[in-house]
Design a protein around this ligand. Structure first.
Ligand code: PGA
Length: 263
């Protein structure tokens, strides 16, 4: 089973419209004449989506190399939800992917597995492809709870989603202790967690679905560790925060994590 790797930039609360434009122009000029055997996604803040959509659906060269992601969506349709953005609004800006359940959303904004489940369903109703984030804290890992935490997040997060939905979902395994800390999981720790998550998906949806689903690793991915992580059999790409803010670094991660094909 060949799973196409997917590299997604999670810019978090960084880069307004003008910095988004600078990044995209620089990134696209760097990849001129090359194609990579992977998908590339950029998820900027909501307010930068119109600029990204303009650039990628305008006449900029190589624009089709990048797909647009959002960092969050509302679990509601429309109405009196101050500060929220719904999935149809995202579709208007050619958003195809949406990050759901990031550990910062869970820890800082109180998102529970039930809320994340509702967001995953809402995203699928609009035919968006969720990047569904899971991962344990250091205390949970050290307390021997790694597997039970992942099992709960996967089982409750995916409740009610169908096998057809699963074909459009990407899972991102991001150990919380590795996010933005400079500490990366060793490739063995990451591989073991990924294999476990795949076995959970197999238990819920069968081995075919489990073999097909892409599981990204996230947490201090950098140009220097991408190759080793991506060589693991169950790691199918990366969700990248800090190192995706600079075009050269993001591109080096993609290069080192894949085999570039010169057109
Ligand atoms: P990081 O963030 O690459 O800065 O560790 C990853 C993430 O939060 O998705």
């Amino acid at each position: 089973m060949i799973r196409k790797p997917i590299f997604a930039a999670n810019w978090k609360m960084n880069k307004g419209a003008s910095e988004t434009e600078d990044f995209v122009r620089s990134f696209l000029s760097k990849i001129q004449g090359q194609s990579f055997p992977c998908e590339i996604v950029i998820a900027p803040p909501f307010v930068s989506l119109p600029k990204l959509a303009d650039l990628l659906h305008g006449a900029v060269q190589n624009a089709s190399a990048i797909q647009i992601g959002a960092q969050n969506c509302s679990q509601f349709d429309a109405g009196a939800y101050t500060g929220e953005v719904n999935v149809l609004m995202l579709r208007e800006f050619f958003v195809h992917f949406v990050i759901i359940g990031h550990s910062e959303r869970r820890a800082i904004f109180g998102e529970t597995d039930a809320i994340i489940n509702a967001k995953l369903k809402k995203a699928r109703e609009a035919n968006l492809k969720p990047i569904f984030c899971i991962g344990e804290t250091l205390a949970q890992r050290e307390g021997g709870m790694l597997e039970s935490v992942l099992r709960t997040q996967v089982t409750e997060g995916l409740q009610g989603l169908t096998e057809k939905d699963m074909a459009e979902i990407v899972i991102a395994y991001e150990p919380v202790w590795a996010i933005g800390t400079g500490v990366t999981a060793t490739s063995q720790q990451a591989q073991d967690a990924h294999a476990f998550v795949r076995s959970l998906v197999a238990g819920l949806y069968g081995t075919d679905t489990a073999e097909r689903i892409r599981i990204q690793y996230g947490g201090s991915v950098k140009p220097g560790n991408a190759a080793e992580l991506m060589a693991c059999p169950d790691i199918d790409g990366a969700l990248i925060g800090g190192a995706s803010l600079e075009p050269h670094g993001f591109l080096e991660i993609i290069r080192n994590g894949t085999v570039p094909l010169v057109e």
